[in-house]
Design a protein around this ligand. Structure first.
Ligand SMILES: Cc1cc2nc3c(=O)[nH]c(=O)nc-3n(C[C@H](O)[C@H](O)[C@H](O)COP(=O)(O)OP(=O)(O)OC[C@H]3O[C@@H](n4cnc5c(N)ncnc54)[C@H](O)[C@@H]3O)c2cc1C
Length: 380
């Protein structure tokens, strides 16, 4: 029997394998990954210092254990370079592998901002356990770190590094952290809380160059400032890995375009996780991919099941000022903010006064249950 093939062993790849096996114990399933195939929970990466975890502590199970437990084959250190939807094969390390159905769970890559200087190659990006191992190796002994990007990942790392006693500089052209997700009052609450932990903000500014300077780096800012640090981390956003799908002629937009059955423009090819855009929604978070994995596990086993996205708030792991945000999706509306910083309730309401998004900070995050009940689902 020819196998179902999954590209990727992140939360999406292993998630769909686990769900599929609940409904089908016999169809061969092959997961291919260019990393070592270890199962880990990616959100742990940005709170490992606070929790006292070394990179090796974050491995839940090595690839061999996953293969045994799920009765699957895991091909680690294997790169898919081509998909032929006509022949229904993928090319893995130069060899063709036939599939009956193919699942793209090949994630996204960190974006880079254009930088000058002789140390651009030394700037870290963390979007995998392998990246994180390198980051922690180079962080050893570091006393000051500059983070490019004050979005979700940048703020989480800022808090985690500060908790470990490392001085942090955060640079972003925005006016307040998490500006794309939060109203100003909520962003300012987070900004103040992290400043109290020692984070130095360089907002409304950008990094122009990174130069080697002894054992560390000299970072020049467009506004004219200069900062000397031991390490530079870039966290400026993600781009879904759509190149394989595009080359195969599959429809893509921000991610690989799939319908509510996670089906792409080729009916034998599916996608979920950070590579996918489900009904026009690109949601690179854990809850969407878990819901997608549950539905796709059934669909692959022959029981066509559309994905449902409930209310899926994102918890920002900044213990200095906890944040829960449920971003409004496209619809016009306005923020209404109540409370006193750092504990704020921000409601995003449409013209009729209906709640269509929210952000909670500080102690107001305790009201998460109430807001979950009131807000509309992402895809009902
Ligand atoms: C630091 C950090 C903290 C986060 N915190 C949170 C959080 O608190 N809450 C939340 O909801 N989300 C969080 N996220 C986002 C969340 O972790 C991701 O949405 C999720 O892990 C994506 O999983 P994935 O399986 O789609 O992709 P990935 O984990 O990126 O997996 C992609 C897989 O595809 C493989 N692959 C790629 N290309 C190829 C190829 N050509 N051939 C073979 N294999 C290939 C890779 O080897 C890998 O196995 C965080 C992300 C980061 C980086």
């Amino acid at each position: 029997m020819q196998p179902i093939v999954v590209i990727g062993t992140g939360l999406a790849g292993y998630g769909v394998a686990r769900e599929f096996r609940k409904h089908d114990r016999h169809t061969p399933l092959i997961l291919i990954t260019r990393d070592d195939g270890a199962s880990y929970y990616k959100p742990d990466l940005s709170e490992a210092l606070t929790k006292g975890n070394a990179p090796e502590d974050l491995v839940k199970k090595p690839a061999a254990r996953m293969a045994e437990e799920l009765d699957i084959e895991v091909r680690a250190d294997s790169e898919v370079s081509d998909i032929d939807t006509g022949a229904r094969t993928v090319t893995v390390n130069g060899e063709a592998l036939a599939y009956t159905k193919l699942v793209l769970a090949n994630g996204a890559s960190q974006l880079s901002v254009p930088l000058g200087g002789d140390a651009v190659a030394d700037v870290h990006h963390v979007n995998s356990l392998a990246d994180y191992r390198v980051f922690r190796r180079d962080l050893n002994g570091a006393r000051r770190v500059l983070i490019i990007g004050a979005g979700l990942i940048g703020c989480e790392f800022a808090n985690d590094l500060a908790n470990a006693g490392i001085a942090v500089d955060s640079v972003d052209p925005v006016d307040w952290p998490l500006q794309r997700l939060l109203p100003e009052e909520a962003g300012r609450a987070l900004q103040s809380a992290l400043a109290e932990q020692g984070v130095q903000w360089h907002l409304g500014d950008t990094v122009s160059s990174v130069e080697r300077d002894g054992d560390g780096f000299r970072v020049s800012l467009s506004g004219g400032g200069e900062v000397s640090v031991d390490l530079v981390l870039s966290a400026v956003g993600l781009r879904p890995n759509t190149a394989l799908a595009e080359a195969a002629g599959l429809r893509t937009a921000t991610g690989v375009s799939v319908d509510r059955h996670l089906r792409s423009s080729d009916p034998q090819v599916y996608a979920l996780g950070d590579v996918a855009e489900v009904e026009g929604q690109f949601l690179p978070f854990v809850m969407p991919l878990m819901n997608a994995a549950r539905a796709l596990g059934r669909t692959l086993a022959g029981e066509d099941t559309p994905v449902r996205y409930p209310v899926m708030p994102v918890t920002v792991k900044t213990p200095a000022c906890p944040v829960i945000v449920y971003p409004p999706r496209g619809a016009a509306g306005q923020w209404q903010v109540a409370g006193e910083a750092p504990s704020l309730e921000a409601r995003y309401v449409d013209a009729a006064g209906n709640l269509i998004g929210y952000a909670l900070t500080g102690e107001a995050t305790g009201k998460r249950g109430q807001y979950m009940r009131e807000a509309p689902p992402v895809l009902g």
